[in-house]
Design a protein around this ligand. Structure first.
Ligand SMILES: C[S@@+](CC[C@H](N)C(=O)[O-])C[C@H]1O[C@@H](n2cnc3c(N)ncnc32)[C@H](O)[C@@H]1O
Length: 217
């Protein structure tokens, strides 16, 4: 298959040098890493339900969900290597065996995921790119949301959150462009089964009010 061109990635790949413990965790990445070209059948049994978290950051939410749902197969996509190392630390601590990682730009993975293959998708507190001229860098954009509409199973859901009111409006606008999706939930209080993320906790400490959305296909 010819690899399609993917738009440029604008985020960070590396941050502060990792502490020894996290460097050690990163040595185990190859074992959990999803390689391209993608063959989902070699990663999860055909009957297993798959959930995908895009931009999992430090991995708190991914680790909490994977621990609570041991029968689900999880894919975590995160381009920032320090975040990947942080998740691998939780993975080892909680002995999670049901998560595979894509440590790169998620758009490369999305274009190879089969139609109707994912049951739930999470995009939580994505990079806000606040300047208007940078809005096109937002991960929630028509091209990506169209792709999410393709890979999500019928009846599946996408959970989104942000503490930037203008990004919530942007998300609603973009999702309206894809007819497969219906807005199911929009509130400042999230459902009880929704674990916290690091950015969410920071936002709440800074007295920002996050907003939560659920779309269904
Ligand atoms: C603002 S952080 C939020 C992290 C986490 N979801 C949270 O709420 O704490 C956004 C994350 O998305 C990741 N990210 C942005 N674009 C991405 C892409 N195209 N593919 C994979 N990860 C991406 C960034 O590296 C960053 O860690």
């Amino acid at each position: 298959m010819q690899e399609q061109e993917v738009d440029k990635f604008y985020g960070r790949r590396k941050g502060r040098p990792l502490r020894k413990q996290k460097t050690e965790c990163l040595k185990g990445l190859a074992q959990y890493q999803i390689q391209l070209p993608l063959d989902l059948s070699t990663i999860f049994p055909k009957s297993q339900e798959i959930w995908l978290e895009i931009g999992f950051g430090g991995g708190e939410h991914l680790a909490a969900l994977a621990e609570k749902n041991p029968k689900i197969g999880f894919i975590g996509a995160e381009a920032f290597i320090n975040g990947v190392a942080s998740f691998l630390h939780y993975r080892a601590e909680k002995n999670l065996t049901n998560v595979r990682l894509f440590p790169d730009d998620v758009r490369l993975l999305l274009q190879q995921l089969p139609d109707n293959s994912i049951r739930k998708i999470f995009i939580l507190f994505p990079d806000p790119w606040p300047k208007k001229k940078h809005h096109k860098r937002r991960i929630v954009n028509p091209k990506v949301v169209h792709e999410l509409g393709r890979v999500l199973k019928k009846g599946g859901e996408i959970r989104l959150a942000s503490d930037v009111p203008n990004y919530i409006e942007h998300m609603k606008h973009v999702f309206q462009l894809v007819p497969e999706f219906q807005l199911h939930f929009s509130d400042n209080e999230k459902p009880h089964d929704w674990p916290a993320t690091r950015y969410e906790m920071k936002a709440i400490e800074a007295k920002q009010r996050p907003h939560y959305l659920i779309y269904q296909k």
